[in-house]
Design a protein around this ligand. Structure first.
Ligand code: ATP
Ligand code: MG
Length: 255
């Protein structure tokens, strides 16, 4: 569960104040696949960075899996991120001097994940790169590099996966493939997926689409795909009873 309560982001440059995100309220149940759309500069990446705890909001609080990340110190936050959150950046962020396999393996070794070698190979297989583990990022196509980045983001089986335009640099075929992979992982692992995309056709495959404009949520709708939850998942969460753009009631707060 992700909850944002009265979250805003204001930055100061000199004497000027710029509101990047106006106060917003958002509640995302476990396992939901949410697409975030909106024009360039509308605040999508800012929203994702706040949810990832990579940036602090100016007002409000954010809860991930029941924990108030806005109250945490940097080391506590790093622990929570390592345990629960995966982040896929638009531009892969792979380490060029490590092979595909090592890019997945090394972060797990740092976290002392048991059986890290077997797991790294299994993840490579899962993203369809069985034969390419020994290749360096420069020897892989954009779509293949993005698949390595997805495998790495999945290496800690995150409860929450945040993806900022993961298909933005790819052609439509590769983009669709990455998207299918994210949907598969979301469904099989009941991972909560928050994905920024400019592609409305892809966004409509999510359970829910949130549209941002000038730092405000201007639309928040469930797609037809959302109905598939009941038949396809064990970790089904009922639809929200309140409008997610309104403050949460006391009762919902404690839930
Ligand atoms: N640290 C900062 N200082 C000043 N302005 C900032 C800062 N961070 C973001 N902004 C501004 O806030 C607005 C929202 O930025 P953000 O990166 O969240 O947009 P976005 O919706 O992700 O856009 P894009 O689709 O182009 O990636 C932009 O106008 C951006 O220039
Ligand atoms: Mg962005």
């Amino acid at each position: 569960m992700i909850r944002l309560n009265n979250v805003s982001k204001i930055v100061r440059s000199g004497s000027e104040e710029l509101t990047i995100l106006h106060p917003l309220y958002l509640s995302i149940p476990v396992g939901q696949f949410v697409a975030v759309v909106g024009p360039s500069g509308s605040g999508k990446s800012t929203l994702l960075s706040l949810v990832a705890g990579l940036d602090y909001p100016t007002t409000g609080d954010i809860r991930l899996a029941g924990e108030y990340i806005t109250l945490m110190k940097e080391d506590e936050l790093a622990r929570l991120r390592g345990a629960k959150v995966g982040f896929i950046f638009q531009s892969f962020h792979l380490i060029p001097s490590l092979t595909a396999y090592e890019n997945i393996l090394v972060p797990m070794e740092i976290r002392k994940v048991p059986k890290a070698r077997e797991r790294a190979q299994a993840l490579l297989d899962e993203v369809g790169l069985h034969e390419r583990g020994h290749h360096y990022p420069s020897q892989l196509s954009g779509g293949e590099q993005q698949r390595v980045a997805i495998a790495r983001a999945f290496s800690n089986e995150p409860a929450i996966l945040l993806a900022d335009e993961p298909t933005g640099n790819l052609d439509s075929k590769n983009g669709a493939h990455i998207f299918d992979l994210l949907i598969k992982l979301n469904r099989e692992h009941a991972t909560t997926l928050l994905l920024v995309t400019h592609d409305h056709v892809l966004a409509d495959q999510a359970d829910r689409v949130i549209s941002l404009n000038e730092g405000r949520i201007v639309e928040d709708r469930e797609t037809r795909r959302a109905g598939e939850w009941e038949s396809g998942r064990t970790a089904f969460c009922p639809p929200l009873s309140h409008s997610p753009t309104l403050p949460l009631s006391e009762e919902e707060e404690v839930a």
